[in-house]
Each structure stands twice: as structure tokens, then as C-alpha cells.
Design a protein around this ligand. Structure first.
Ligand code: NAD
Length: 294
């Protein structure tokens, strides 16, 4: 049976570390980190995600500002709002919750965020800096995975890492991070996607398998090498009448059977998910302390 890579506990450890630093900053009379989030429209999932981020800020002693905008807002008005926050010296980090309404260009809005406030790590500047192995804000989900690998002392050097999925927010950055010269990194990386042939055979050769394709329980035990480390990024709600909520969460990996074969595995829920918010908070602390852009 695999070791459980516990993202819930690890994210709480990170939040405690950040809260301790905030307490020190207060004692030193320094500036309390301040995160601003822009939420456009009333999408239920987006409201839940932003709500969880704002709540986490309060828990660890950060200041936060939630800017709610109507979904009819024009692109220019939204860009102007981003400019306002860029220019506000009191705000250290800015996130714009995605998705945005169809009439607004995600690229234009992302590109408008000042790179030194881009704590989501989505701007071209931060993606480029990450690829160059320069100090950068790394996108929260990949950063959370890197932190889990570190805190569980997973050996990555010389290993074969297979990433399934090439999205801009998870798979692609993950493949860059695992290949870069450092720890975790120095892996030989295969980035796979929807056009990949023989995915099963490729997955079977992975020492580290990072799964982010967004298909429930896609990875089964026959796709996994005995002793592999398996990181499951997927999150899906499935109906479950036995639960009070009426649903439960599952990942992109068939957990029970893969856990029998792997040496270490992240569960869903309680794996990568909670790490994402902890990473965002950590990036905001870095921004407040000017530790990336100086
Ligand atoms: P996405 O839909 O943007 O990208 C999916 C990728 O998977 C694409 O690159 C596609 O080419 C690839 N793909 C699709 N079908 C495939 C197949 N049959 N074989 C190989 N590759 C295939 O997804 P995303 O935003 O990267 O999210 C992936 C999953 O991770 C989703 O379930 C999402 O909810 C979850 N997610 C979780 C967190 C978290 O905090 N835990 C954060 C982001 C995303």
C-alpha cells in the first residue's frame, strides 16, 4: 500500500508557517500582506473558490479585498479596474478568478496584471521567468505539487516523469518544473495530451506520474508501474446518496486500485487541492516582502 501524500496536513503546515511570519511582521511594524481578488459574474464554482481564498487570507492574518463585478462589465472597464489595483501600493497580490465572460479576453486581462502582483503566476512574464529558472511566481497548483514532492522527500533526479495533460495552468508548467535543473526537477519528462498515442504504455514507464487531464478515474492500476509516485490533480463531483451533501469528490486516478501498486499517492480530496490555496498565500507573502521582484 502506498504512502499517502497528505495535502490537507501539508497545506495546514504551510498556512501555520505563513501565519507565524505575519505575526512577526506585525511585531516588526511591517506591512501586512494584502491580496485582492476580482470576481466577474456569479458562477457558483468561482464564488466558492474565491470565497475559500478570502477566508484563508483571514485565517492567516492577511488583508484581502474582494472586488465583485457584474458579468455585463465591459473589457475596458475590467482592464481599468486591474490598472487601479496595479497602481494601489497597499495591495501586494492580485488574482482575477477565471473563467471570465465570453466577451472579455482572458489574454488581455492576464497581460494587464503587473507581473510583480501576479501571485497566480499566469502572466507571460512569470511563465517565462519560471521557464528560465529565474525567481518567479509559479502558478499555484504546480507550485503546490512541487512543495508536496519536497516535503515528502520524493527523489526526482534522473527519474522518468510522465505528465498527463498540457493545460497552461497545470500540465505544461509542471513539465517545465520537473525538467529544470534543481530540486524537485532534473527528471526526464514526457508531456502527454489528447493526441498522444500509446498513453498507457508511456504511463507504465513513469517513476512519477502527474495526472491532470480532467477525466474521472481515467488512470487505472494497469497504467501504473509498481512503486511509482502518483500525483492526482483532477477533481470531479459525483453523486453519492450516502453523503449528506449528495455528492463526493473523486480524481483523475482510480485511487483504491492504484494505491495498491504505487509507492506514494495523493488522495482526492485532501491531496493537491488544498495545496493550491496555500501556494497562493505563499506567493502573496513573497509579493509583500518583495522577494521575487526585489
Ligand atoms: P484542461 O481541460 O485545461 O486540460 C486537460 C488536458 O488534458 C489537455 O491538455 C488535454 O490535451 C489533455 N487530455 C484530455 N484528454 C486526454 C486523454 N484522453 N489523454 C491524454 N490527455 C488528455 O484541464 P486542467 O485545467 O489542467 O485541469 C485538469 C483537472 O485538474 C480537472 O479535473 C480540474 O478540475 C483539476 N484541477 C484541479 C486543481 C486543484 O487545485 N486541485 C487545479 C486546477 C485543475
Amino acid at each position: 500500500m502506498a504512502i499517502l501524500i497528505d495535502g490537507k496536513k501539508t497545506s495546514q503546515d504551510i498556512k501555520n508557517e505563513i501565519a507565524a511570519r505575519v505575526a512577526e511582521i506585525k511585531t516588526e511594524g511591517g506591512k501586512i500582506p494584502h491580496l485582492a481578488a476580482i470576481l466577474v459574474g456569479s458562477d457558483g464554482a468561482s464564488q466558492t473558490y474565491v470565497g475559500a481564498k478570502v477566508k484563508a487570507c483571514h485565517e492567516i492574518g492577511f488583508e484581502s479585498t474582494l472586488v465583485r463585478l457584474d458579468e455585463t462589465i465591459s473589457e475596458e472597464e475590467l482592464l481599468a479596474k486591474v490598472e487601479d489595483i496595479n497602481a494601489n501600493p497597499d495591495i501586494d497580490g492580485l488574482i482575477v478568478q477565471l473563467p471570465l465572460p465570453k466577451h472579455i479576453s482572458v489574454e488581455k486581462v492576464t497581460d494587464k496584471i503587473k507581473p510583480d502582483k501576479d501571485v497566480d503566476g499566469f502572466t507571460p512574464s512569470n511563465v517565462g521567468r519560471m521557464a528560465l529558472n529565474w525567481p518567479a511566481y509559479v502558478a499555484a497548483t504546480p507550485y503546490g505539487i512541487v512543495e508536496l514532492l519536497k516535503r515528502y522527500n520524493i527523489e526526482t533526479s534522473g527519474k522518468h516523469c510522465v505528465v498527463i495533460g498540457r493545460s497552461h495552468i497545470v500540465g505544461s508548467p509542471m513539465s517545465i518544473l520537473m525538467a529544470r535543473n534543481g530540486y524537485p526537477g532534473n527528471a526526464t519528462v514526457t508531456l502527454t495530451h489528447s493526441r498522444t498515442q500509446n498513453l498507457k504504455e508511456i504511463a507504465q514507464t513513469a517513476d512519477i506520474l502527474i495526472v491532470a487531464l480532467g477525466k474521472p478515474e481515467f488512470v487505472t492500476a494497469d497504467m501504473v508501474k509498481p512503486g511509482a509516485v502518483v500525483i492526482d490533480v483532477g477533481i470531479h463531483r459525483v453523486e453519492d446518496a450516502s453523503k449528506k451533501s449528495g455528492f463526493r469528490l473523486i480524481g483523475d486516478v482510480k485511487f483504491d486500485e492504484v494505491a495498491e501498486k504505487a509507492s506514494a499517492i495523493t488522495p482526492v480530496p485532501g491531496g493537491v487541492g488544498p495545496m493550491t490555496i496555500a501556494s497562493l498565500l505563499y506567493n502573496t507573502l513573497l509579493a509583500a516582502e518583495k522577494k521575487v521582484y526585489g
